[in-house]
Design a protein around this ligand. Structure first.
Ligand code: ADP
Ligand code: ASP
Ligand code: MG
Length: 426
């Protein structure tokens, strides 16, 4: 009998897969989806904390680890959960099997933050034809040399979306430990409000400045292919958040889209800043600093160059991902030897806090309100960056909670007190 239902990719995150009890719960959720007549493929993350543990082991083994070997180590967490979920589903009498990235294959290029080049769906189609359930480890692919590759932290979201696109799924459901996308991280601000719908563009910006509920790349991919994306709770049967196009396309919930100036506030503790002092005043100085970083594949985010002192020297401050700090310092050693700067200082006790909203395009005064609000609390701003729909500031990490909370209130995002118990995270 051909299946007439929908084709859905379900992705379960680390907290949802943390331990056999929770994996059983996930298996039951999958069973219910299959029982509605839908074709289902499942993408899983490693158990919560496992990838962190594996990354730490790499750092201890070799601070400047080889990215190819890093991938061999960190991809292992998802292999374990995929096997465990497949056997749990089999124990329920379901026709489930795990397929590692190389078995499909999910073709990828690069290491540590590899890009997906394509997914062959022949194997998957055969599984669907046999009314089977494929359980696929997220976060991993295979290079043209046959080596394991991982997709960057949080990459299982991207695996799921890429798989949904390749398999022409009707929807990609991201099951996690909160019941949707909120105006800010509900673990920091209990008065954060759940958004019924959010545009791809806003979600992209929120994710890129630290709202880790979805990996940025997964949102970009879904946007490019118009893949309907939904964020849902693994633990409770509650309506989640639909991610839709600006015109409301993919809007299946019938909800009217709100048009707030500000969609949300995000924070990112994963950046470190580097200050270089004594840069000589001549053309090419800054290029000489950033070229080796780019060649090492390191993403530089915020950049501030201080005014030149009397001696004609200037300072340069910029942020890099914390995970790339050791590699950045290493890449800059040669620049210093060549007289590119005098001193290199690093600081990891910082956080980037951002205010995001499409409505900002047509509203002046967002940045001013943000700076005023932080000034009132005596919070010092180290660096600033803006885009058309975002303002970000770099501040001391000690002020993370306070800054996010006061900005959430200042921009009128707080939920009414009465709905508090409905809004908090699990
Ligand atoms: P998973 O392991 O399921 O991939 P993540 O930890 O990657 O889960 O993402 C879910 C977490 O994202 C939540 O626990 C929450 O703390 C955090 N988060 C940050 N910003 C937001 C937001 N705006 N809305 C919802 N959750 C958010
Ligand atoms: N396990 C990987 C990580 O923690 C991928 C993911 O969970 O999305 O980054
Ligand atoms: Mg995640």
């Amino acid at each position: 009998m051909p299946n007439t239902g929908q084709r859905i990719v379900m992705k379960f995150g680390g907290t949802s897969m943390a331990g056999i009890e929770r994996i059983r719960h996930v298996a039951d959720r999958v069973r219910r989806e299959v029982a509605t007549g839908n074709q289902v493929a499942v993408v899983v993350s490693a158990m919560a904390g496992e990838t962190d543990r594996l990354v730490q082991l790499c750092k201890e083994a070799a601070p400047l680890y080889d990215p190819r070997e890093y991938d061999v180590v960190v991809a292992s967490g998802e292999q374990v959960t995929a096997g465990l979920l497949a056997m749990t589903l089999q124990g329920m009498g379901l026709n489930a099997r795990s397929y590692m990235g190389w078995q499909l294959p999910i073709r990828a290029s690069g290491h540590a933050s590899a890009l997906i080049e394509g997914i062959d769906v022949a194997v998957l189609e055969r599984v669907f034809d046999d009314s089977g359930i494929a359980v696929i480890p997220g976060f991993q692919g295979v290079t043209s040399e046959g080596a394991l590759a991982t997709l960057g932290r949080g990459g299982s979201d991207t695996s799921a979306v890429a798989l949904a696109i390749a398999a022409k799924a009707d929807r990609c459901d991201i099951y996690t430990d909160v019941d949707g996308v909120y105006t800010t991280d509900p673990r920091i601000v209990p008065r954060a409000r759940k958004l019924d719908v959010v545009t791809y563009e806003e979600m992209l910006e929120l994710a890129s400045v630290g709202a880790k509920v979805l990996q940025t790349r997964s949102v970009g991919l879904a946007m490019r292919y118009g893949m309907p994306l939904q964020v849902l709770s693994s633990f409770e049967d509650l309506p989640g958040t639909m991610i839709v196009g600006e015109d409301g396309s993919n809007l299946t919930t019938g909800t009217v889209m709100e048009r707030n100036i500000i969609t949300g506030i995000a924070h990112d503790r994963n950046e470190a800043f580097i200050t270089l002092t004594g840069l000589p005043d001549r053309p090419g100085t800054v290029a000489a600093v950033f070229r080796p970083l780019a060649d090492a594949g390191i993403n530089v985010d915020m950049i501030v160059q201080s005014a030149k002192s009397a001696g004609g020297m200037s300072d340069l401050t910029f942020t890099v991902p914390k995970a790339s700090l050791a590699h950045s310092v290493d890449a800059l050693a040669k620049v210093r030897e060549a007289g590119g700067f005098q001193e290199l200082l690093t600081n990891t006790d910082i956080v980037k806090v951002s205010v995001v909203g499409v409505g900002m395009r047509s509203n002046a005064g967002i940045a001013a309100l943000m700076f005023d609000t932080l000034a009132e609390r005596q919070i010092n701003i180290v660096a600033i960056s803006t885009s058309e729909i975002k303002v970000s500031v770099l501040i001391s990490e000690d002020y993370t909670e306070l800054a996010v909370r006061v900005l959430h209130t200042a921009f009128g995002l707080d939920a009414p007190a009465a709905s508090l118990d409905a809004g908090a995270a699990s």
